[in-house]
Design a binder for this molecule. Structure first.
Ligand SMILES: CC(C)(COP(=O)(O)OP(=O)(O)OC[C@H]1O[C@@H](n2cnc3c(N)ncnc32)[C@H](O)[C@@H]1OP(=O)(O)O)[C@@H](O)C(=O)NCCC(=O)NCCS
Length: 152
């Protein structure tokens, strides 16, 4: 059975911050940022639990255009398909209000890029020094939500 994906709320913030710190290091978002993100009517944040503990989370912006904001899977739970399940869930939400969806990913992050390519995204450009603390460029990717082969 595919894992259940649920809405995230303010009570999830402490656990999200733990995962953020471990997965994103200096680029981790803060508690204040997450409070605003989760309260925004233009964003949907979703997550997957294992035995009552949040192990995967992600968010999407839906404000005219759709943008995948973040996806993270606990190191202990990576490579089991959870990233894919979560991304498909976010894209299904996006498809309710948008025809295309964008995202930025660290140019050197081959795992994330592979995940996104498997779900219909193609690279359309580069944003230079988008992650200044990491001294890294971002790859901008786009997926067509109306394509017949779909994105999930
Ligand atoms: C990117 C991330 C969300 C993927 O989550 P995941 O649950 O491991 O992903 P999945 O199990 O669905 O795997 C997705 C694909 O990537 C591949 N993959 C996953 N981890 C990999 C690794 N360490 N090395 C090589 N390939 C890997 C899987 O084999 C799979 O490919 P396939 O569908 O062709 O078999 C997770 O690695 C993560 O949280 N990384 C840190 C945060 C991050 O970079 N987020 C993305 C940018 S916002």
């Amino acid at each position: 059975m595919p894992p259940e994906v649920r809405d995230l709320g303010p009570a999830d913030i402490p656990r999200i911050l733990q995962l953020e710190e471990d997965l994103f290091g200096p680029e981790a978002w803060t508690a204040g940022m997450y409070r605003e993100e989760l309260a925004s009517p233009y964003r949907a944040y979703r997550g997957i639990d294992d035995s009552g503990v949040l192990v995967a989370y992600g968010g999407i912006l839906l404000a005219g255009e759709a943008q995948v904001l973040t996806v993270g899977v606990a190191r202990t739970h990576q490579r089991r398909g959870l990233g894919g399940v979560l991304l498909r869930d976010l894209l299904a939400i996006a498809a309710g209000g948008a025809r295309e969806v964008f995202l930025e990913v660290r140019a050197s992050d081959d795992v994330a890029r592979h995940l996104y390519e498997r779900h219909g995204f193609t690279a359309i450009g580069l944003r230079r020094n988008y992650y200044p603390r990491l001294g890294e460029d971002a790859l901008v990717m786009r997926a067509d939500l109306t394509a017949p082969d779909g994105t999930g």
